[in-house]
Structures are given as C-alpha cells and as structure tokens.
Write a protein that binds this ligand. Structure first.
Ligand code: 5AD
Ligand code: SF4
Length: 445
C-alpha cells in the first residue's frame, strides 16, 4: 500500500484542509502514516502569518526529504501561495500548490514524473471568486470536527499577509455547510467548530442577506448536534443578531474569540482595524450582559511599528481591565508586501520579546482568574485525551473553554462528563466526576 504523510502548520483552516486531503488520499488507496515514518508522499501544509511560519515550513520540507529521499514532496498552503519562488528553490520540492486547486494534489502525485524543476501549480488567488469545495470525507478521531464555511479576507489590516495568501472573501453555499454538518453529526461528532479565514464576513460576497448569524442559527437546529463553536470573529462582525442567537441557544458554545490586536487607539488605526477601544469595550460588555459566563479570548500583536512604551502600557492596562480568559500573543513580524513592513519605527526584537513575556504572564493570570469563578460548580466537559503530565487523568474542554482535568480513564474519551471543579493549577482546572454520575453513565453505555 502506498503511504502518505502530512505536516500542518498554522491555523484551524489549514488543519481542516489537511484532513480533507488526507481523506482524498485514503480514497485513492493510500495509507496515512506519521510524518516521521518512511512515506512515498509527504505533504507539507504551510503557514506564512509570521516569519516563524515560513521558517518552520522550510524545516519540515527538509525533514521530509531526509525521511525518504525518494519520496514525492508536495508543498501547499499560504507560504507556498505567497512565495512560490522561495519554495520551488528549496532542494527536494517536487510539487508546489497554493491555496487553490488542492483537490488536484492526488491526481498530480499519481501522474508525477520527476523532472529538474518542481511543478508549480500556484495561481493568482486575488482573482478567485468561488469557494472551493474540499469537504472532509472521513476523520481519524470523532470528538471535535472543524467545518470550513468561508475563505479569504478583504480587510487588509496593514500588518497582515493573509488577504494575499487567501484572496477575497468567498462563502461556502449554505446547503453544502448544512449537509456537511449533518453528516458529521451522523458520524457521531460531538462538537463542530466553524472555521474560515474571516468567518464574520460569511455571506458578504452574496446579496441575499444570509449572514453568519443566520447560518449559526440554522446549524444550531440540526438534530443531535451537541456543541457548535465559532472560530475567531472580527469585532465589527459581531451583530446584535449573532449575540442574541448565542444567548438563545445552548448548543452554541459560550465562547467568542475576538481579536483585539492592540489596546491603543492610535495603534489600532495604524493597523487599519475597524474599531477603537471604546467600541470594543461596549461590544464586550453587551456580549457579557447577554451571555452568562461567556469566555472571551483574543489575539494581541506586540511591537507593531512605532509602538511606544506608553502605547504598549495602554494595551497591557486595557487588556487587564477588560479581562480575557485566554490571550494569544504575537510578536509583530514584518511581512513583505504589506504596508506595515515599510512603516517607520520598527521595534527591536528584545523589546518585542519583553512585551510579549509580560502579556503572556498576564494572560495566564487572567485565565486562572476566570477559571476560579467556576470552582464548586458542576460543568459538562467533552473529554479529549489523557493529561500528559499525569496519565491517571483525562482532560477536555467545557463549552466556555475551560481546560478541565479529572481522574479518569480512556473509556471516557469523546464523552460528555459532568465534573465538579475543585481547584485551579497552572493552565488547568482540576475536578472530579461524582461516583453516581459514573454509575449512571456505565449503565447507559
Ligand atoms: N505579525 C504578527 N502577528 C500577526 N498576525 C497576523 N499578522 C501578523 C504579523 N505580521 C496575528 C494576528 C492575527 C493572528 C491570526 O495572527 O494577531 O489575529
Ligand atoms: Fe488578517 Fe485582518 Fe483579515 Fe484577520 S481580518 S486575516 S488580521 S487582514
């Protein structure tokens, strides 16, 4: 049997697309193996959101070649899309595919004849107008599934390369989204996570008024779906209708990832973000008033060109005052072709490092503070895996994104378990499952 191995860098959209390709390869009779194994084909799904994505992508390409010098090495995704020249120049690359035509990969690999220069299938993504269907046909695990509803972004934040890597907004057809969701539910998935590059822009490339809130409301009605989680939503896209839909519907997880990027209005403006801190605060307050116990998480970029100590302090203090249950902190990375790469006042690496460490620390403390609010309560946890640090424990997430660990065994994997939360340590909330709950569960299965 022919073997294929994948390595995915970056975001959930990439993870979804790798799953989709893996299922296409399986249908063609391939066995999917670990990346460290000897495979006939290696697919590296790359990321370019920061220079670290580029670097790791190049490392993995070289590693594939070392694992099997005779293998076909295919490179796809955002780095391949934006820098096909750099990718084709890496020794050992055979096929370069960007962020379109990925379903052709299997065909290309099958017809592949090694030649002196790599085959370059990268197209001008800025001309793309239709959502490319690339459904996931089968999954390896059955707990949580990603569902891609949208591609591309038209926002052009001044630091961001993504609009050039993914092209303009294209929304997946409603019926195709619903059909895939129904299939996932039918296959036993407990949680569906909606993903896309800019999901809040869902529907904006059509003029029928069918938007993210309408889609979410329709998905939440699917019989048997236990949890629906939204990926990152831009603050300006959170409509009253979306908040009301979340508030009315217990299937929709009480969790919103709202990328703030900076807590300083002058920096936000230079970033070409569409809101200021006043508007962001109002939004968060109205969400919290409507959806009890909601987890709000965010992304922050430190060291944007020209960011002064004072502006960073504004961000730090703003983030602290508003309170988030998790922070993703990014050190600004100049991306060639974006306006901010040429802005004056590029911030030295040490300053970025220091600002980043301070915010990461704050993020951890805020996470624990959020978690402490739930001590003593019983919460439903979707069990995912064993806790690495102690194999007698299992871990999983509540709908509001608390990472909960409790004593238990692998038989609970993929189950909803009611856990009484007892303590907060580092990044986990610890708890216990009541004996009577376990007895009831054992009688049900
Ligand atoms: N440098 C650092 N972080 C970036 N992001 C996007 N572009 C850059 C960049 N050039 C971050 C943003 C975004 C997340 C997905 O990546 O915070 O929300
Ligand atoms: Fe990049 Fe801004 Fe679009 Fe997000 S909204 S993908 S940060 S351009």
């Amino acid at each position: 049997m022919k073997k294929v191995a994948f390595h995915t860098l970056g975001c959930k959209v990439n993870q979804y697309e790798t799953e989709a390709l893996a299922s296409l390869f399986r249908r063609q009779g391939y066995q999917v193996v670990e990346f460290s194994d000897k495979a006939d084909v290696y697919v590296i799904n790359t990321c370019t959101v920061t220079h670290l994505g580029d670097r790791k992508s190049r490392q993995m390409i070289r590693r594939a070649k070392r694992n099997n010098p005779d293998a076909i090495v295919a490179v796809m995704g955002c780095y391949a899309q934006t820098s096909p020249g750099e990718v084709t120049a890496i020794e050992g690359v055979d096929l370069v595919i960007g962020t379109s035509d990925r379903s052709k990969v299997v065909e290309c690999v099958e017809d592949f004849k090694r030649q002196d220069t790599p085959v370059n299938l990268v197209k001008d993504i800025m001309q793309a107008r239709e959502f490319e269907e690339l459904p996931v046909l089968d999954y390896e695990s059955r707990t949580r599934a990603f569902l891609k509803i949208q591609e591309g972004c038209n926002n052009f934040c001044t630091y961001c390369i993504i609009p050039y890597a993914r092209g303009p907004v294209r929304s997946r057809k409603r019926d195709n989204v619903i059909t895939e969701a129904e299939r996932l539910v039918g296959e036993g998935f407990r949680e569906i996570v909606l993903t896309g590059i800019h999901i809040g822009a869902y529907g904006r490339d059509r003029d029928d008024g069918y938007d993210l809130a309408a889609l979410v409301a329709d998905l939440a009605r699917i019989k048997g779906l236990r949890r629906l989680r939204l990926g990152s939503v831009e603050p300006e896209d959170v409509t009253p209708h979306l908040i009301a839909t979340m508030a009315d519907n217990r299937v929709i997880c009480r969790h919103l990832h709202l990328p703030l990027q900076s807590g300083d209005d002058a920096v936000l403006e230079k970033m070409n973000r569409k809101y200021n801190t006043h508007e962001f605060t109002r939004l968060v307050n109205s969400i919290r008033a409507m959806v009890d116990d909601i987890a709000i998480t965010t992304d922050i970029i430190v060291g944007f060109p020209g960011e002064t100590d004072e502006q960073f302090d504004n961000t730090y203090n703003y983030v602290k005052a508003l309170g988030f249950s998790r922070l993703h902190v990014f050190k600004y990375s100049p991306r060639k072709g974006t306006p901010a790469a040429n802005f004056p006042g590029q911030v030295p690496a040490e300053t970025k490092e220091e600002r980043s460490s301070r915010l990461i620390e704050l993020g951890k403390e805020m996470g624990r503070e959020f978690a402490r609010r739930f001590l003593g309560r019983e919460m439903e946890v979707l069990v995912e895996q064993r806790l690495e640090a102690d194999l007698h424990y299992m871990e999983g997430l509540t709908d509001n994104y608390l990472a909960v660990a409790f004593p238990g065994g692998n038989e609970l994997k993929g189950e909803f378990v009611t856990v009484k939360l007892t303590s907060v340590k580092e990044e986990h909330v610890f708890g216990e499952v009541k004996a009577d709950w376990l007895k009831k569960w054992a009688n049900l299965v």
